[in-house]
Design a protein around this ligand. Structure first.
Ligand code: ZN
Length: 54
């Protein structure tokens, strides 16, 4: 029959990479915008002042 891996994907709002559905996101998938905690934290830092300081 073919691969049984038809997982949904999204594009990370921070790094722009495509990432796949994970089991840990099964209840919050609609809210997931970032591929990782690292990107999520980066985003929060950006939102704080509106500018990226790195
Ligand atoms: Zn990312």
């Amino acid at each position: 029959m073919g691969a049984n891996r038809d997982l949904p994907t999204k594009v990370c709002a921070v790094c722009g990479r495509e990432f796949s559905w994970r089991k840990k996101w099964e209840k919050v998938w609609d809210e997931v915008k970032y591929c990782s905690d690292r990107c999520r934290k980066t985003r929060q830092t950006v939102n704080d002042s509106g500018n990226v300081k790195s």
